[in-house]
Design a protein around this ligand. Structure first.
Ligand code: GLN
Length: 490
């Protein structure tokens, strides 16, 4: 690939090279497989690499291109979080309970990507069933941050963010229930978008908390992220919560709105929270920069302080019900030495689930149990409505909201894993967005003095994902950062 540096390669750049016959898809794939061989033993982003399948796919893509086929992602190798089904490949959710489970069908997002010719290098690591913020809860192994191998990549889509940052593929899909796309994107210096709830079909995404889960793209820049969203978005009759809306041409929108002026809200409660001073500083310089072209206004989201508590009732409650299906009968792992049916159920779940998943199931079952429902789940649902109303009020005054993604830069492996509350609190700025069902993007805005990525979050009104992308695109152009993890430079 003489024409271009690997670290300059993006989906759009690769498409241009493929179109001009400067490279083949097969070469691209070989190249990314090499990259995986070189870096994955250090960062452990992949649970499964489909070498054979992706090579086959690349050969076909090259033939199709010769015949004039015009898929929007023809021959582009991506990675996919291992809680999204790709037919014929393992889908473990990083849980022992789904060890050896092979997906019998494609998720709708995968069907859509396949239709446009995308290829899949493999399945990426996550916190078991997407429960966590560091990828340390994986039932197999933790993933490491390529900016500092002693630190976590964030989670739960840690594998997807690391695979993208390390150029082990040109982008990825993750899932975000309380921050799982945006937080790892911020920790790894890439772009991650949680679409509006209902924008992307959840069919084929293994359910964690169904009223919060959304699949979204992780990309090397905003353009790639916009293109991926364009392809996966849209109504799907297999998911009754997907919204009957024709997705926009997001890529065109952001290009046509490079000079649009927006009214940007800064929520007082987010900036008054305890934040690492280097993150505050990076946001302040960004705000100064934005003042040139945009109107900046302080706003209030008064129920912010209740968001984490609300989430940790609603998400575990839904999880306890969703995870009831793993009983050793239908799929995955079964404890075979049991002497009775009850013992089989109990031991399958005891051995199959990890600590954090069990904690969530117990929290959720408790919150839903007779006599407690009103005090916990019903109350949390009411507070959720208040949190959503805060945002709806704010969007009467501003077009978009700018916040930090995380209160701290990437923390060390082992630092929070034994203190679940501290771990839960690392999602304080991302969780409200899921509770309200809004679109939110995380994009890199700089580095700490320790050379660790810092992200900013932009939140938009329901189904205004294009505005969120547009603002992010303007910031990206203005800052013009080159985010290459230290590991790739050593
Ligand atoms: N860290 C949050 C949790 O553990 C969010 C996870 C997610 O978005 N999947 O629930």
């Amino acid at each position: 690939m003489a024409e271009v540096e690997l670290t300059d390669l993006t989906i759009l750049k690769a498409l241009e090279l493929l179109e001009n016959r400067k490279i083949t898809s097969y070469e691209l794939v070989e190249f990314f497989l090499e990259q995986i061989k070189k870096y994955d033993p250090l960062v452990k982003a992949f649970l499964y690499v489909d070498e054979e399948g992706v090579r086959e796919g690349a050969k076909k893509a090259d033939e199709l291109r010769k015949k004039g086929h015009k898929g929007k992602l023809l021959g582009i190798p991506l990675s996919i979080k291992d809680n999204i089904c790709i037919k014929g490949l393992p889908t473990t959710c990083a849980s022992k309970i789904l060890q050896n489970f092979i997906a019998p069908y494609d998720a709708t997002v995968i069907e859509k990507l396949k239709k446009e010719g995308a290829l899949f290098l493999g399945k990426t690591n996550l916190d078991e069933f997407a429960m966590g913020s560091s990828t340390e809860n994986s039932g197999y192994f933790p993933t490491r941050n390529p900016w500092d191998l002693e630190r976590v990549p964030g989670g739960s889509s840690g594998g997807s963010a690391v695979a993208t940052a390390c150029r082990m593929g040109l982008g990825s899909l993750g899932s975000d229930t309380g921050g799982s796309i945006r937080q790892p994107a911020a920790f790894c210096g890439v772009v991650g978008l949680k679409p509006t709830y209902g924008m992307v079909s959840r069919f084929g995404l293994v359910a964690f908390a169904s009223s919060l889960d959304q699949i979204g793209p992780i990309g090397l820049n905003v353009e790639d992220t916009a293109l991926l969203l364009q392809i996966i978005a849209g109504h799907d009759e297999k998911d009754s919560t997907s919204f009957p809306l024709e997705p926009l041409d997001f890529l065109n929108f952001i290009k046509n709105n490079l000079n649009s002026r927006y009214k940007i809200g800064l929520p007082r409660e987010y900036f008054e929270a305890e934040i690492d001073p280097e993150i505050t500083k990076a946001l302040e310089s960004l705000i100064d920069l934005l003042k040139k072209n945009h109107e900046i206004k302080t706003i209030s989201l008064p129920h912010t302080e209740y968001a984490v508590a609300t989430y940790y009732i609603i998400a575990p409650a839904e999880a306890s019900s969703n995870l009831a299906r793993y009983d050793g009968v239908k799929y995955g792992f079964r404890y075979k030495e049991a002497k009775s049916l009850m013992e089989m159920y109990k031991k399958t779940r005891a051995y199959g689930f990890g600590k954090e998943v069990k904690r969530r199931i117990m929290l959720g079952t408790y919150a839903l149990s007779a006599g407690y429902y009103d005090a916990f789940y019903l109350k949390a649902s009411k507070v959720r409505t208040l949190i959503m109303q805060d945002f709806l009020e704010a969007f009467k005054e501003v077009d978009l909201i700018l916040t930090p993604v995380t209160p701290t830069p990437p923390f060390k492996l082992g630092e929070k894993i034994f203190d679940p509350l501290q771990m839960y609190l690392s999602d304080i700025f991302t969780i409200p967005v899921n509770l309200a069902g809004l679109p939110g993007i995380s994009l890199p805005i700089g580095l700490t003095s320790n050379n660790l990525p810092i992200g900013a979050q932009i939140i938009g009104p329901h189904f205004k994902d294009e505005l969120v992308l547009s603002m992010a695109y303007q910031i990206e152009k203005e800052l013009n950062l080159k985010m290459i993890p230290s590991l790739l430079r050593s």
